[in-house]
Design a protein. Structure first.
Length: 234
């Protein structure tokens, strides 16, 4: 059974839009008719960018770990497009491999900046418009953020924090803004294929994007504060 979403006349902000999942989310919303404000610290024309330019994708190069930059970028988006209906907090990264006592202290700041601070700042500055449009926020947590594990404790902690922040935003905006998160397991991305042996159980980023579309649609209007597994068969 195929599902068709119509986000015409809506504006969707996607952070981390040049990465594997972010580009899939930006493309999915553009395909559904939305005007997409695609944001990333990586330039859309850079070799490592996976996002393709198209008529209804407006690109904003910005560092979403910087409060002033995020405030300015959200203002620019509102000036350009007049509203924000969906905020997709996709920006994130993974690091791991060492036990806590052997983990570089600088890694703590980097992971919390990229995985949690970007989500907090984007949400903080987009919320006033989202409250006006009664919009939706979907952020990216992770399956590994549901429990402790060896070697990547900082990453797990950041993704657990995304889930708790999502629940908080949902509680603070009951009946106004829906806030949910998705929890991928292993995504089928170029980076993961370099680091690990590919598996048929890995999840296609395009499939996660479809779940995010649903969570921003009217079909999910009674769903807020949820952490949605997108594990596939992994």
């Amino acid at each position: 059974m195929s599902v068709v979403y119509d986000f015409s006349d809506q504006v969707a902000v996607v952070t981390g839009s040049c990465g594997a999942l972010g580009s899939a989310v930006a493309t999915a919303f553009a395909d559904a008719g939305a005007t997409v404000a695609a944001c990333d610290i990586v330039d859309i024309n850079a070799e490592e960018s996976l996002l393709e330019s198209r008529e209804n994708i407006a690109f904003y190069q910005a560092d979403f770990t910087d409060n002033a930059v995020v405030a300015d970028t959200i203002d620019r988006i509102l000036n350009d497009h007049g509203r924000i209906d969906c905020l997709l907090n996709v920006a994130g990264t993974w690091r791991g491999g060492d036990p806590v006592e052997e983990t570089d202290a600088d890694l703590f700041e980097m992971l919390f900046d990229v995985n949690l601070k970007t989500m907090f700042l984007a949400t903080k500055h987009a919320l006033p418009s989202l409250q006006e449009t009664e919009g939706a926020i979907v952020s990216v947590s992770a399956r590994s953020g549901t429990e402790g594990g060896t070697g990547d404790g900082l990453y797990r902690a950041t993704k657990a924090s995304v889930r708790i922040m999502t629940e908080t935003i949902a509680e603070e905006n009951l009946g106004t803004v829906e806030a949910n998160c998705v929890m991928p397991s292993v995504l089928d991305t170029p980076m993961n294929r370099e680091m690990m042996t590919p598996s048929d159980e890995w999840v296609d980023p395009a499939d996660v994007a479809e779940v995010i579309l649903f969570l921003c649609s009217e079909a999910a209007s009674v769903t807020s504060g949820a952490a949605v597994p997108v594990y596939g068969e992994a």
